[in-house]
Design a protein around this ligand. Structure first.
Ligand SMILES: C[C@](O)(CO)[C@H](O)COP(=O)(O)O
Length: 242
C-alpha cells in the first residue's frame, strides 16, 4: 500500500491572513489544500491519504472533503505542535489502518498544490527501491552558503550541484517510524527539520527525485497571487491556442 500524509497543521503566520490558515485560503472558490488533495486523488499509485490538520479546523476540513467528493480515500487526524508531531500522528493513523514496515509513505506540504502526479509516482518508485526519496528542485540561480555577511571562494556552490528541497519526501513506513521514534526519544535535534534530514542524520541514504517544475510552496501573499495566476493560466490557455 502507498499512503500519503498531507501536512495541514500550520497557522500560516508568514501569510499574514487574519485567522484563516493559508491552506484554507480559496482560489476561484477552491481551498489550496483541496487543490493539493486532488493531485494525490488523481495519482493512481496512491491508495490512501491522511491529512494532519490544525485541530481547530478539523470540522471545516471534513466538510470540505465531502463538498469536493474526496472523503472516500482521505482520513483527517489532528496535527501536532510542529511538523514532527504532525507526521508522528499520521504514522500512528497509518499503523491503525494496518500499515506495515514495507508500505510506502509520502509526506507532502498541503500548501504545495502544484505538485505533479508524475513526481508523486516517481517518489513511490524510488522509495520502494532504496527506502527513502526526497524531491528537489535544481537551482535556477547560483547560490552561496555563509553564516556571515562576507563570502569566501568556497562558499560559492557549483550551480549544477545545487538543489532546493521541496516535497514530497517518501519513505518505507519502517524507516519513517524509526526516524520519528528517534525524534520522540530526543535522539534527533530540533535543527533536523524534516524526514529526509532525519534519515541522513541517522546515517541512511536518501535518493533525490529531481523535479524542475515550480512545485511552489505558498508561504507569502506574493506566492498566493502567483498560484492564482498559474491556475488561471492553466484554465484559460486553450483560448489562446496554447
Ligand atoms: C523543505 C521541506 O522541509 C521539505 O519537506 C518543507 O517543504 C519545509 O516546510 P516548512 O513548513 O517551511 O518547514
Amino acid at each position: 500500500m502507498n499512503y500519503s500524509i498531507i501536512l495541514a497543521g500550520g497557522v500560516g503566520q508568514r501569510m499574514r491572513t487574519s485567522g484563516t490558515p493559508k491552506q484554507f485560503l480559496e482560489v476561484f472558490g477552491k481551498p489550496i489544500v483541496i487543490y493539493t488533495l486532488e493531485k494525490f486523488e488523481a495519482c493512481p499509485d496512491v491508495d490512501k491519504v491522511i491529512v494532519a490538520c490544525n485541530a481547530a479546523w478539523i470540522d471545516h476540513m471534513s466538510n470540505l472533503l465531502f463538498k469536493f467528493s474526496l472523503e472516500k480515500n482521505v482520513t483527517v487526524v489532528p496535527g501536532g505542535k510542529n511538523r514532527q508531531a504532525s507526521i508522528a500522528n499520521g504514522i500512528r493513523q497509518i499503523r491503525q489502518l494496518g500499515g506495515t514496515d514495507d508500505d510506502i509513505v509520502l509526506v507532502h506540504d498541503s500548501v504545495r498544490p502544484l505538485v505533479e502526479t508524475a513526481v508523486i509516482s516517481e517518489n513511490i518508485r524510488v522509495a520502494h527501491r532504496f527506502g527513502g526519496a526526497m524531491t528537489v528542485r535544481p537551482a535556477i540561480e547560483s547560490a552561496c552558503i555563509t553564516e556571515g555577511d562576507v563570502v569566501s571562494f568556497a562558499d560559492f556552490k557549483v550551480r549544477d550541484n545545487t538543489y532546493t528541497l521541496t516535497s514530497p519526501q517518501t519513505f518505507r513506513l519502517g524507516v519513517l517510524t524509526d526516524i520519528y521514534s528517534k525524534y520522540a526519544d530526543g535522539v534527533l535535534p530540533e535543527t533536523v527539520l524534516d524526514a529526509a534530514m532525519g534519515c541522513s542524520y541517522l546515517g541512511s541514504e536518501v535518493h533525490m527525485v529531481k523535479d524542475a517544475s515550480p512545485n511552489l510552496k505558498i508561504t507569502t501573499p506574493e506566492d498566493f497571487y502567483i498560484f492564482k495566476a498559474m491556475v488561471e493560466y492553466e484554465e484559460t490557455k486553450s483560448a489562446f491556442g496554447l
